[in-house]
Design a protein around this ligand. Structure first.
Ligand code: SF4
Ligand code: SF4
Length: 450
């Protein structure tokens, strides 16, 4: 694609990078076929190619973002299916990330929109605030259908309450989130830091517990580092660059201290949305003053999704095959963002499950960080489509590697994190979410035959 940036604008490293990306696009349009918003809405401006044009015009002009570009960039899920499809290697993620920052800096959103985004950015990255908010939302949840109107605000409020756990179902906080070292069982073969995350700690503390149990059982020492917290992805995807950089900087400092103290073989991430961001720290800090670029690049090189790391270890189940069929839901951040596709399925099969895949597995479920709260109508259509495809597999349950997808898909088959299933089959406790599935099965299969 030809671009026409004024030379002085190209002195800005973000503009120079965007220019480089824009020039790799050859307008072929292959990406449109796999873009969920284009598939649903059929509007070229809601396709990757259309958004690339809009972003190009916005950045070339140097003018504040306008309402049209904001609407179509906001509708992008950052699912990165377009990057998987693109034959020219267009780095759409870096382009749209910068476009979101540009929009946040130059465009004044309506008051309600600004306020909602500010609240989400202030609350979600902090587990305590998130817990208090979810508890409040659980109290209001039964009244969600009484919210009148079809305005965007009404839709968003209903979506927020729909996504909140029902009263009494929010799990208690786990002691495993606190900074400490979990020693390896037997001979230590590796030492890793675990990102315990933010929202996941509140909504799915059993995921970190299963991760720690499984890794330590396999001879891996696990460190929850003092000072590490939210990876910054939630604010990054809202264009709140400074907040995202502050969160990333805290993690880089915490893990670098561990690296220099006793060494680290990996930084383990069990929420794939966070993994994509941590793996991008090197890029995000490339123009920061020393020592941050080098530190960030080192941390990015160490970042591993839990399935990626486990596939290098000798994982073996200790229970007999449970006779369960698992539909594997490929989170976009894992399959498109990190290009990790085979490892989770290979591990689940090794654990003794029969693994099936739904139709349209490349399409996003609509979760996408805060997308399901900010764009509830599109998110709901994608969720319904994904739930139907998962149900059509006939599986007993769903396995996924990202808490956002797990929450989004929680109204269909039971959804568990892959690591919960792997831990269970290697001697961990039975996951609570499996109880109903196993009870149903024991009604059919006599206990002696199991
Ligand atoms: S597939 Fe790649 S090169 Fe083709 S239009 Fe899409 S982004 Fe551009
Ligand atoms: S990131 Fe996803 S929603 Fe956004 S343009 Fe690419 S394919 Fe479409």
């Amino acid at each position: 694609m030809r671009t026409n940036f004024a030379p002085e604008r190209l002195r800005d490293p973000d503009i120079a990078e965007s220019n480089k990306i824009l020039r790799t696009c050859v307008h072929c349009g292959f990406c449109t076929a796999t873009c969920p918003t284009f598939v649903l809405l059929g509007d070229e401006l809601d396709s990757p190619r259309g958004r690339i044009y809009l972003i190009k015009e916005m950045l070339e002009s140097g003018a504040p973002a306008n309402e049209v570009v904001v609407r179509h960039v906001d509708r992008c899920l950052s699912c990165l299916a377009c990057m998987t499809t693109c034959p020219s290697g267009v780095h759409y993620m870096h382009l749209v990330d910068y476009a979101r920052t540009y929009i946040e800096r130059s465009y004044r959103r309506p008051f309600t929109e600004r306020s909602l985004r500010a609240v989400l950015a202030a609350v979600l990255p902090h587990p305590f605030l998130a817990r208090v908010t979810f508890l409040g939302a659980a109290l209001l949840r039964p009244f969600r259908r009484l919210i009148p109107g079809k305005s965007m605000l009404a839709n968003r409020l209903r979506a927020l309450l729909e996504l909140a756990p029902s009263f009494g179902s929010l799990p208690p906080s786990s002691p495993n989130q606190a900074p400490r070292v979990y020693p390896a069982q037997g001979e230590r073969r590796a030492r890793v830091a675990l990102l315990t995350g933010c929202v996941q700690q509140v909504l799915g503390p059993q995921i970190n517990e299963a991760t720690i149990r499984l890794l330590t059982r396999l001879g891996v020492e696990v460190v929850v580092a003092q000072g590490a917290g939210c990876c910054g992805a939630l604010t990054h995807h809202m264009g709140k660059h400074e907040a995202a950089m502050a969160a990333a900087r805290a993690n880089i400092a915490a893990w670098t201290a561990e690296l220099e103290r006793e060494g680290l073989d990996a930084v383990i991430i069990n929420t794939s949305g966070c993994g994509t961001t941590v793996k991008d720290y090197g890029f995000l800090f490339r123009t920061e003053p020393a020592p941050w670029p080098e530190r960030a690049a080192r941390i990015s090189a160490l970042a591993k999704d839990i399935s990626e790391f486990l596939s290098t270890l000798d994982y073996q189940p200790t229970r007999p095959p449970p006779g369960l069929v698992v539909a594997y839901h490929a989170a976009c951040s894992l399959q498109h963002g990190q290009k990790i596709t085979s490892e989770p399925k290979m591990l689940l099969r090794r654990a003794g499950f029969t693994v099936v895949e739904p139709a349209e597995s490349h399409l996003c479920c609509g979760s996408a960080g805060t997308y399901n709260m900010l764009q509830p109508t599109i998110a709901e259509r994608l969720r319904a489509r994904k739930l139907a495809n998962l149900a059509a597999t006939g599986a007993d349950l769903v396995a996924a590697g990202n808490i956002g997808c797990m929450v989004q898909l929680s109204h269909g088959l039971p959804v568990l994190h892959t690591v919960e299933l792997l831990d269970w089959m290697a001697g961990g406790p039975e996951p609570a979410a499996l109880r109903l599935v196993l009870e149903k099965r024991s009604d059919v299969v006599p206990a002696a035959a199991q």
